[in-house]
Structure formats: C-alpha cells, structure tokens
Design a protein around this ligand. Structure first.
Ligand code: 9D3
Length: 251
C-alpha cells in the first residue's frame, strides 16, 4: 500500500515516520510513504501556498493551485484512481471502520491543511473525501494524517509483529480492553488477581471477558450498542448490570 502525503511541513512528517509501526511497515516493504513538499508545486518567486481570504476577515487561506498540481503529479506518476483525503475539522469523524476500509486500498493521498483552511475548490474538485480525527483544534492536518497512517498501517498484514494483537484490539472487537498485569505479582500493596496466576485458561478467558464488558459499560456504554455480543457476553453483561443496580441501591 502506498500513501502520498502533501504538506508544507515535510520534515515534521518524515521525522515521525522514522520510528514506530509505519516505519516497520516501510522497512518490510509492506508500506510505501512519499512525503511531498507543497512548496515544490508553487510557480511564483516566493513559493506562496496561501493568500488573503476573498470577502475579508482574519488569517490566510491555502491557495488551490499548488494542491491541485501536487495531486495531478501524484496521479500521473501512479496512473490509478487514487482516494484523495482532505484532513479537515469539517470532515466526517475518522473511525476504525474507516481504517479497515482504507487498509484495503492500494493508494491513498492525504492532503494536510494549515492556516484558516483551504480554498473550497480543493474540497470540491480535488478531494474525494474529508476526514477529521476528533473534536479538538489542531494547528494543521499533519498530525491527523499521521494518525490515519498509523491506524491504517497496522492493519496491513505483516506490519504488526503478532497479528493476534491486531485481531484482539479493543475497537476491532467493539469493546474496551481488559486490565493487563505483568510481574511483580504484588506492586505497592496491590496484587494481581489470583485467577491470572491460577493457570486455568478457561477461567482467565472468562475473567477477561467480564472485565472488558464491565469497563465498557462503565466508561463507554455507547460502544455496547454497536458491539456484536455473543450469548456468553450478553449473559455476563446482564449479570454486571444487575450487580451495579444492587450496588446503587446500597449507596
Ligand atoms: C483557527 C481557525 N479555526 C477558526 C474557527 C478553524 C480551524 C482551521 C484549521 C481550526 C483548525 C484548523 C486546523 N486543523 C486541521 O487542519 C485538522 C483537524 C483538527 O483541527 N481537528 C481534528 N481533526 C483535524 S483534521 C485536520
């Protein structure tokens, strides 16, 4: 899979790609990432990527031509119909389902904005979709593009060493993770639950499942609406809910 990322901060993106999961995917030849400096696609003496907004107002707007030229060059070189994603606060929220969908594609172009935003015609004429990574204000699309590449990259078979980690991932299963423990068995007066030391694999499995359900119910109950629960999980969830109701009555 190939990512082309267009930015005015290529060094920021390259530095982040030097280590971690995407770096390993690149080393293993499973991922290819090319970082494009938007200024290389300008035609004026000052290499301008932004201009004042029509209609007035504060800040600057990214000019459409350099972005369109960058994407045209990327398309010409590859010759395939690429997905062109604009990272923008106005985009649809990026989810694990998007990561799974994008991981099936051969080629994705990521456009990073800066300043107040991009000329509207980049959105309508160049981008094929728009994504946001959440409801907080970043100073540009670069970190969002890196988030997307990380989430997608680790779904490419072979990028993450142990594929069981990917399959078991909390959002892949629709539940939050169960608590993890390693040595020592007692730390600052807090002991590892006995069942995890017991060697009873079936009991461990059930304990983890119950713990994951309890955490999800307490912290992210809306995830349970979408989770595909099996019979055992539905029964456990019923028990946990009854326990909690009992605890509330006592308070
Ligand atoms: C300060 C300008 N704001 C005025 C209302 C709007 C604004 C424009 C550009 C706010 C942030 C940005 C830069 N952010 C992104 O490009 C961005 C982003 C984000 O800020 N949050 C979550 N996901 C994303 S994806 C791209």
């Amino acid at each position: 899979m190939k990512f082309d990322i267009v930015t005015i901060f290529p060094r920021m993106v390259e530095a982040t790609l030097a280590d971690g999961v995407v770096a390993r995917g690149i080393e293993r030849g499973l991922l290819d990432v090319e970082v494009h400096d938007l200024r290389d696609h300008t035609t004026d003496r000052h290499r301008s990527v932004d201009d004042v907004p029509y209609g007035g107002g504060p800040g600057m707007v990214m000019k459409p031509e350099p972005l369109a030229r960058a994407v045209r060059q990327i398309r010409e070189r590859r010759g395939d119909p690429a997905t062109v994603i604009l990272l923008t606060p106005q985009g649809r929220r990026f989810t694990q389902a998007d990561a799974v969908r994008l991981s099936t594609l051969k080629h994705v172009v990521l456009l990073c904005g800066r300043y107040e935003g991009m000329d509207e015609r980049v959105r309508t004429a160049v981008a094929t979709e728009e994504l946001s990574i959440g409801d907080y204000v970043l100073s540009g699309g670069e970190l969002a593009a890196l988030v997307v590449m990380d989430a997608v990259g680790r779904l490419i078979p072979g990028v993450v060493g142990d594929s069981r980690s990917v399959e078991e991932d909390s959002f892949a299963r629709g539940l939050l993770d169960y608590p993890h423990y390693t040595r020592p068995s007692e730390f600052e007066g807090s002991r590892v639950p006995d069942v995890l030391l017991s060697g009873h694999h079936e009991e461990v499995r059930r304990w983890r499942k119950r713990a994951a359900l309890r955490r999800t119910l307490e912290r992210r109950p809306e995830l349970l609406d979408a989770a595909a629960l099996d019979d055992e999980e539905r029964a456990m969830l019923g028990e946990i809910r009854r326990e909690q109701e009992r605890d509330h009555e006592r308070d």
